[in-house]
Ligand binder design. Structure first.
Ligand code: SF4
Length: 297
């Protein structure tokens, strides 16, 4: 259950949605990456390590090199696997290059991969609730040996289970419980045997609930996070749909004096890929808002 934290800054009261910022898996992965950067100086990341441009910039300045395929890294180099994880074949390819693997795969993602692989081994057709282009879903899919179908939550009314007997269901970790329930009832009604592992993690939904709660009690809400972050975008949509004036910023440069002018109680929320240092920097900038208003900031 989330809560709120308050802070008064001049004539502005800031109310922070809780939880906010890095989720457990991202915090754990970035800590492992930092440790490895300190140890090795140069670390290769397979894909962008996090959906936050400012955090990526900081990590690049410490020696991170982003690559798209294992073949781009030198033999024996240190390679970071982000929280979304990679498929078993990709992990094998990394090991075949004698890579020192810094595995930041979130344990919740590993669990989804393991359950899908187990279902596959036991003869189930695996059904994954999720976005088929998402790296996590690709990793789950490629870790299963048998047939796999990905069901997009937007297609829950039209997916096909024709001819399937044993169906095993797992979910991308960030999907909604309601959508998983809808998929399970749809499949159970048609397949002769259904087995389900609920692999949803609460990190994104708890942030969404806390923004929804906060939106009704503030004059405006600031969402902090990368414009390339899907979970931050969702927080923005929830806040905006509530009717509360909403501003989505990546850093303090996005703060608008005009937007702040008529507000005294401001809610702050941040996506699961937004680092604490960035939230803190923006709160500090807001702390100067009173004098800034007077100074024409
Ligand atoms: S959202 Fe959940 S599954 Fe994904 S990295 Fe965070 S804690 Fe792990």
């Amino acid at each position: 259950m989330g809560s709120e934290k308050k802070g008064t800054t001049g004539d502005l009261e800031l109310v922070f949605a809780e939880p906010k910022g890095f989720c457990f898996g991202v915090r754990r992965a970035i800590a492992a990456l930092e440790e490895s950067l300190e140890l090795h100086g140069r670390v290769y990341a397979l894909g962008s390590p996090i959906h936050n441009p400012q955090e990526v910039e900081r990590l690049l300045s410490k020696g991170l090199v982003i690559i798209e395929t294992p073949s781009e890294m030198p033999m024996g180099g240190a390679v970071f696997v982000r929280a979304h994880g990679v498929s078993d074949p990709v992990m094998e390819e990394l090991r075949s290059r004698n890579a020192l693997v810094v595995d930041g795969t979130c344990p919740f993602v590993s669990k989804a991969k393991e359950k899908a692989a187990l279902l596959s081994r036991e003869g189930y057709t695996v059904m994954i609730l999720g976005d088929e282009d998402h790296p996590e879903v690709k990793a789950i899919r490629l870790s299963s040996e048998g047939p796999v179908t990905v069901v997009d939550p937007l297609r829950l009314k039209s997916f096909d289970v024709e001819g399937l007997n044993k169906v095993g269901i797992v979910s991308q970790t960030t999907q909604r419980e309601e959508d998983l329930s809808a998929l399970v009832s749809g499949v159970s009604a048609r397949a002769s045997e259904t087995r389900v592992f609920n692999t949803i993690c609460d990190a994104t939904s708890s942030r969404q609930r806390s923004v929804a709660r906060l939106a009704g009690s503030v004059d405006g809400i600031i969402i902090i996070g990368g414009k390339n972050s899907a979970n931050t975008e969702k927080l923005f949509e929830i806040a905006k749909t509530s009717g509360t004036p909403t501003l989505w910023i990546e850093d303090e440069e996005g703060l608008e004096r005009g937007w702040l002018e008529d507000k005294t109680r401001i809610g702050i929320a941040a996506g699961a890929s937004t680092p604490d240092w960035l939230i803190h920097r923006i709160a500090t900038r807001l702390a100067s808002a009173k004098s800034a208003r007077e100074d024409g900031w």
